[in-house]
Design a protein around this ligand. Structure first.
Ligand code: UD1
Length: 432
C-alpha cells in the first residue's frame, strides 16, 4: 500500500485547479442509463470512484468511450456513455460494496426497464447508511420491492413506474437523486417533498432537462417531475467540487498562505462552508477564474458548527474544519447531525497533539500552539483529508496510511499540493 509523507511548516501559495465534483459526476454518469443515445460528460475527475462506476455501467450495457483523457493537472476527462439497451439489470455485490453510490443505478434501471436488482450496500466507515428512503420512494411510484439474499429487487408492474408523491422524512441526497432520475421516465407527475437542495442535485436536474426531462422546483424543497416517454443524449460539464475547494481554502489558511482556487461558481456552491470559514477568519476574494482564499489576520478563530443539509454547513467539510480548529486561538464546538460515527479522525488528530473531547455527536476542540507529526491512519475520505491538512502544519513529518480513501475523492492531491509549495510525497508500497 502507498502512503503520503508530509512535512509541515510550508505556506501554500499559488493557483490550484479545482476538479469536477465526484458527488455530481456519479449521479450524472448513472443518468446515462436513462437513454439509448450518448450522454457525453466533461470535467469528470480522475478518481477511483469514477472508474468503479464506469465498470458498473458497462456491466449494465453502457458503451463508454474516453473522448479526451484530460492529462493536464485539474483538467477533467471527457467520457461518452451510450446505452443502446440495458443488457443486465443486476448490480453485483462486488462493485456495490466498493462504492455506496452504486445504489444510484437502481432508479435509472427501474425506470428504463421496469426492474432492477441491486446488492444492498452494507455498512460503511461513517455509519450504518440505510437505503430505506430510496426504497420508500420507489414504492410510492408503484414499484414492488423485495429483499432477498442481500439484494434488493424492485419491479414496476406493467413495466413502467407511475408518478406519485414522495415525502422524505429526512433529507437524503442519494434518495432525491435516485427518485428524480426514475421520475423522468415515469408515467405521470411525481412530486418529491423535502427534497435535498445540494448543488449536485441542481447539476443533475440541469443535465436531465438537457436530456429532455421536465423538472421544476430546482433548488427548492419540492421537485416536480412530469414523466416523458423518452430522453435523449446531451453534452454536459460536471460542476466544480465544492468540498475539494473548501478543503484547499482551509489548507491556505492553516499554512498562513494564499491560494487561488480555480473553478466555476465556487462561492455560490460553497454556501454553508463559506459562512463557517469566514467566521474562522478566512477571507475570500473573487477573481476572473475562481476565488482567492487566505487568512484575514494572523489568527484562526474558534467557531461552533453543526452539520446540516444544504444550504447548511456540510458534513463532508466537518473533518477538515476540525483539523483547522485544532490550531485555532480558542475552543470550538463541532456537532455532527448527519452521520453517526463520523469522528474517526478524532483519535488520529489526537495522536498529532490535538486537544479534542468527545460528548456523543459533539466534539469540543481546544486550539493548541503546535501539532506534532506522527504516523496516522486514514479511515474515510474526508477524515483522510483532515490528516493531510494537519500534516501540512505539524512539526516534522506525518505519514498518512490507507490513502486509497483519498484516491476515491481528491484528484491528484499530492501533485496539486506540491505545485503550491507543500512538502508532500506519495511513497509507493511504504504504507501499512
Ligand atoms: C451524499 C454524499 C456524501 C455526503 C452525504 C450528505 C454522494 C455520492 N455522497 O451521500 O458525500 O456526505 O450525501 O451530504 O453524493 N439516510 C437514511 N435512509 C436512506 C438514505 C439516507 O436514513 O435511505 C440517512 C443517512 O444515513 C444519513 C442521512 O440520511 O444519516 C443523509 O444521507 P444521504 O444524504 O442519503 O447521503 P448519501 O446520498 O449517501
Amino acid at each position: 500500500m502507498d502512503r503520503i509523507a508530509v512535512t509541515g511548516g510550508f505556506a501554500l501559495k499559488g493557483s490550484l485547479p479545482i476538479s469536477g465534483a465526484k458527488n455530481a459526476a456519479l449521479p450524472l454518469m448513472c443518468a446515462g442509463l436513462l437513454t439509448e443515445s450518448a450522454l457525453t460528460l466533461s470535467n469528470l475527475p480522475h478518481l477511483a470512484d469514477i472508474s468503479t462506476l464506469k465498470s458498473l455501467l458497462e456491466g449494465h450495457g453502457a458503451e463508454t468511450k474516453i473522448e479526451d483523457e484530460g492529462k493536464k493537472l485539474g483538467e477533467g476527462q471527457i467520457i461518452s456513455f451510450t446505452t443502446p439497451a440495458i443488457t443486465n439489470t443486476t448490480a453485483p455485490y462486488d462493485i456495490v460494496r466498493k462504492m455506496r453510490a452504486s445504489i444510484l443505478v437502481l432508479g435509472p434501471l427501474l425506470a428504463r426497464t421496469g426492474e432492477a436488482t441491486v446488492s444492498l450496500p452494507g455498512g460503511c466507515a461513517i455509519g450504518n447508511r440505510p437505503i430505506d428512503l430510496h426504497l420508500k420512494g420507489f414504492e410510492a411510484m408503484g414499484a414492488n420491492i423485495e429483499l432477498e439474499e442481500g439484494y434488493v429487487r424492485a419491479v414496476a408492474p406493467g413495466g413502467r413506474l407511475k408518478g406519485g408523491t414522495v415525502v422524505f422524512p429526512t433529507v437524503s441526497v442519494g434518495a432525491t437523486e435516485n427518485i428524480l432520475m426514475a421520475a423522468t421516465l415515469a408515467e405521470g407527475t411525481t412530486v418529491i417533498e423535502n427534497a435535498a437542495r445540494e448543488p449536485e442535485i441542481a447539476d443533475l436536474a440541469s443535465c436531465l432537462i438537457a436530456m429532455g426531462a421536465n423538472i421544476t422546483g430546482i433548488g427548492t424543497r419540492t421537485l416536480t417531475v412530469e414523466g416523458v416517454d423518452k430522453l435523449h443524449g446531451t453534452e454536459y460539464s460536471v460542476m466544480s467540487d465544492r468540498i475539494e475547494a473548501g478543503s484547499y481554502a482551509i489548507a491556505a489558511a492553516m499554512t498562513r498562505g494564499e491560494l487561488e482556487l480555480v473553478g466555476e461558481n465556487l462561492l455560490e456552491v460553497m454556501t454553508g462552508t463559506v459562512g463557517a470559514l469566514h467566521e474562522a477568519g478566512i477571507e475570500f476574494t473573487e477573481t476572473d477564474q475562481g476565488v482567492i482564499a487566505k487568512l484575514a489576520s494572523d489568527k484562526i478563530k474558534g467557531i461552533n458548527v453543526t452539520t446540516q443539509p444544504f444550504p447548511g454547513f456540510p458534513t463532508d467539510m466537518q473533518a477538515q474544519v476540525m483539523a483547522m480548529m485544532t490550531i485555532c486561538d480558542s475552543a470550538s464546538v463541532i456537532n455532527e447531525t448527519i452521520f453517526e460515527n463520523r469522528f474517526m479522525h478524532v483519535p488520529e488528530l489526537t495522536r498529532m497533539g490535538a486537544d479534542i473531547t468527545m460528548h456523543g455527536s459533539t466534539a469540543i476542540v481546544r486550539g493548541v500552539d503546535q501539532l506534532l507529526g506522527a504516523p496516522v491512519m486514514a479511515t474515510d475520505l474526508r477524515a483522510s483529508m483532515s490528516l493531510v491538512l494537519a500534516g501540512l502544519v505539524a512539526d516534522r513529518q506525518t505519514f498518512v496510511n490507507r490513502i486509497y480513501h483519498l484516491d476515491r475523492g481528491y484528484e491528484r492531491l499530492v501533485e496539486k499540493l506540491q505545485n503550491v509549495g507543500a512538502k508532500i510525497t506519495r511513497d509507493s508500497g511504504m504504507g501499512i
